[in-house]
Design a binder for this molecule. Structure first.
Ligand SMILES: Nc1nc2c(ncn2[C@@H]2O[C@H](COP(=O)(O)OP(=O)(O)OP(=O)(O)O)[C@@H](O)[C@H]2O)c(=O)[nH]1
Ligand SMILES: [Mg+2]
Length: 445
């Protein structure tokens, strides 16, 4: 009996010792490996500091923190982006992230490193979307595409702007999709209403007339507020003041190819200020006096007109008449400091005073494009051939099969609008002395 008890005690002691060893081994292997931020391509001293998404239970609205300006920053799903939780795959390590190469073509080192967090510095940049609560599922589609093709490796922030408060569903859905931080701003009334110098009766008659003539969005008040806001105010919203670069994303757009490098960094390193993927002619009926207003601005502010500008993109006769070419502004990657410059603000104010946002139906696309064409040097405007894009009804699909295969594109090259008669992209190539990509002739019809 005594011998039996001693054996049991020995068993218990042995089992306890064995369990202790097991616990110690597993515990030390978990805590003993310190994960450095650089392991996942996050530099402690990189050029932008972005606070980690604060953790929460992911349960929704209660976890969003209010910002001083009344907007809301989200945090659901935060853990997925913290440095200790990398995305799928095995990210490459670089001692000094600022030195990490930017692979711009398949022969460059790192081109195919599409897993995990991308190395390299981050720019002070954000995506920005103007949207209504009812746009939630359409903007969700766009976000998913931008994330899958690019941002899941870069985790840039996303600012959402609305003339009404965003609802909980909009915030919950969008914040779950964006890999960076999300912010929600409400537009002040003075940026989304008739300025007091506008004659309301005159504006109403214009809308009635345009409705009769069946001009698209011709009878819409909100569309006009939207165009004026995108022309003159989005870049001055408090949330946008935190950033130097923006990438505009609209609901229901598509991205057809992988984006292998950081377009923000490309813009910064190559001194670009504005960019586009599609260009076309504007409907004459929406802008009958826009160019008169532009000419008045040029006369009053010759100091703002850049030497070596893109007037030849906008006019075929040295500036007398507008040829209606513009960059399609539902896609833009651009520099916010430029939009906030005195030159751009003087340009916007001058046009705004002439009233054409309400007495006609001036779009933000021709307004931004004319500004870029006149206030910037032509080398400061960039065409992103490798960002394949769709916004109803036009497609930009890179010309050249090799490019499309290298970029894993899923667009039909026949849909490419670049070289068709209604596109202005040929003109952009010509005024910049650029060689058109091989195979463009076959896509002209
Ligand atoms: N908050 C808010 N956003 C709007 C309103 N109208 C348009 N938007 C947004 O402004 C942007 C441009 O509006 P769209 O309706 O896409 O205009 P569009 O691209 O000219 O025309 P579509 O062919 O219909 O896409 C989109 O991001 C819309 O979500 C509005 O009344 N309120
Ligand atoms: Mg749109």
């Amino acid at each position: 009996m005594a011998a039996g008890s001693a054996r049991i005690v020995r068993y218990i002691l042995f089992a306890s010792f064995f369990l202790a060893v097991l616990y110690f081994a597993s515990h030390s292997s978990y805590e003993g490996v310190q994960l450095k931020p650089s392991t996942f391509g996050v530099s402690p001293g990189s050029s932008i500091t972005r606070p980690d998404k604060s953790s929460d239970d992911g349960s929704g609205a209660s976890s969003w923190g209010s910002k001083p300006d009344g907007s809301i920053s989200n945090s659901p799903g935060s853990a997925k982006n913290s440095p200790s939780k990398p995305g799928a795959g095995s990210p490459k390590q670089y001692q000094d992230l600022a030195e990490a190469p930017m692979a711009l073509s398949p022969s460059d080192q790192g081109w195919n490193d599409l897993l995990g967090t991308a190395p390299g510095p981050r720019m002070n940049a954000t995506f920005v979307s103007l949207a209504r609560n009812s746009d939630v599922w359409e903007i969700a589609r766009s976000i998913r595409q931008v994330e899958d093709r690019f941002n899941r490796r870069y985790n840039y922030d996303w600012v959402f702007l609305n003339d009404k408060p965003f609802d909980a569903t909009f915030k919950k859905v969008t914040s779950s999709l964006v890999s960076g931080k999300t912010y929600y701003g409400e537009i002040p009334r003075e940026h989304w209403s008739f300025p007091d110098f506008i004659d309301q009766d005159k504006a109403r008659k214009v809308r009635e007339d345009m409705a009769q003539r069946k001009i698209i969005y011709g009878d819409s008040v909100s569309y006009r507020h939207m165009c004026r806001f995108e022309s003159g105010f989005f870049f001055r919203q408090p949330l946008m003041l935190n950033y130097e670069w923006y990438w505009r994303v609209e609901p229901s757009v598509e991205l057809y190819c992988d984006i292998h490098y950081d377009p923000f960094r490309f813009m910064a390193e190559n001194k670009k200020k504005y960019s586009f993927v599609l260009s076309l002619y504007e409907y004459e009926e929406t802008i009958p006096t826009l160019w008169d207003s532009v000419k008045k601005f040029m006369k009053n502010h010759p100091e703002h007109i850049a030497e070596g500008n893109s007037m030849a993109f906008l006019s075929d006769d040295g500036g007398e008449k507008y040829n209606k070419c513009h960059f399609w502004s539902n896609f833009e990657v651009g520099n916010l400091e430029w939009l906030r410059s005195k030159a751009y603000i003087d340009f916007f104010d001058s046009l705004d005073q002439d009233g054409g946002f309400f007495y006609e139906r001036w779009g933000d696309a021709p307004v931004h494009s004319i500004a870029a064409g006149l206030l910037l040097k032509k080398e400061e405007i960039h065409f992103f051939n490798d960002i394949a894009y769709y916004h109803v009804p036009f497609t930009h699909c890179p010309t050249g099969e090799k490019t499309r295969l290298d970029l894993r594109c899923h667009c039909n090259p026949k849909d490419n609008f670049d070289w068709k008669g209604y596109s202005c992209t040929s003109r952009y190539f010509e005024i910049n002395g650029l060689e058109k990509p091989q195979g463009y002739e076959e896509q002209q019809e």
